[in-house]
Ligand binder design. Sequence first.
Ligand SMILES: C[S@@+](CC[C@H](N)C(=O)[O-])C[C@H]1O[C@@H](n2cnc3c(N)ncnc32)[C@H](O)[C@@H]1O
Length: 410
Amino acid sequence: MIIDIKSKNYLDKILENSKQYLERQFNEKQLKIFYKTIENLSECDSEVEIIKQFSNIYINFVKRQLQEKYKYSDNNLKNFINSPNSNIKIIWGDVYKVLKALDSESIHLMITSPPYYNARDYSTWNNLNDYLHDMEKIIIEAYRVLDNHRVFVFNVGDVFDNDNLTTRSVWGKRRIPLGAYFIKIFEEVGFTFVDDFIWDKGEVQSERQKNSNRPYPFYQYPYNCYEHILIFHKHRLDKIKYPCPLCGSLKVNGNTQSEIGIQSWECKNYDCFVRSESNRGKRFSLKTKITQSKQTIENIIDDEAIKKWRRDIVKFSPVIKINSKGENILGHTAPFPEEIPEMAVKFFSYIGDKILDPFAGSFTTAIVAKKLNRIAIGVEINKNRFRENILKNIRNKLGSKIEIDEYDYL
Ligand SMILES: C[S@@+](CC[C@H](N)C(=O)[O-])C[C@H]1O[C@@H](n2cnc3c(N)ncnc32)[C@H](O)[C@@H]1O
């Protein structure tokens, strides 16, 4: 291979500028490994490539440092989700325990619809508070496991039910604003609530009147025809210096926080390729550094998807799971339509990213993620009840040759 002398010099230049920051960030042992890892960069054939690779290696090293602080991850489970193949990955188990066993910031996007509060035979809690408490424990772990500056898409309906807190009679029934309660929980855990798409489920199928056939005041309740698709961002404030995207130097100074939880930086390398008229350096954050470097052709979102989700009320039909003979053809009582994970995957992830559905159900998220060339991972607790139908559903949608890996964490 021909070594480009200019490029070799350029790596030296970055190191010259960044040495003191590297020494501050890494201990002696880590630094040794870091230098060993970047050694071959001098063989890159352009300065741009050196800057890109130096930056990626540095970001990965910083992430490893964070991950090493967490002592409860399980190596076998980690190897399972990190295995380089692109098979659908099913983890059987309680998602709270599964998340506890995963590395911090190791998943790029989470998409789910949680078990319904008491609306299904497989989901019963004593009362609303017990349910929300269980969900909060899971959301705390989800926050830790989701990568920084990434997204959790959470589909939930406001159900008409009894909260079972004061009365258990039918009079205790009311619309329970689960969307609002979940927003509060997510915010308390650290997420930023950013958006709420209202999924308009169309006309109700049932002819049954919800007014007990009494056309009098105080007996009228509307049918529930919508659900929320809530968008939460994770922005853990990270004050670690990152290399300037233009010159690769770590000689950067802290600027203001551009959004809550997002630290922005300004390049202070006076030899940087671009400086403003007033001699200010490039301003950037880790978030802009990642999003701008991934704006490649394969990550372009198709016009149809952008158009479909242009408004915050979006109409599409729920999944029809019962056939004309009254049989459940999916073997699961609560699948969401592919439209939800399709929007989530296209809008909030890149090709090759790891997508996790913590309450995978019939694995709709995984099926869509796989179709869109992402790594599809789902966690489901009810193995005995759903396994056979889940495997059948995945094979129906992705073809009988699809490779499925299973891991028991029950
Ligand atoms: C609303 S369904 C999800 C449906 C899914 N979006 C689909 O398209 O099929 C919720 C699922 O969460 C599962 N579940 C409930 N509690 C769980 C837990 N602690 N860990 C993992 N899965 C759980 C239930 O068995 C159920 O299949």
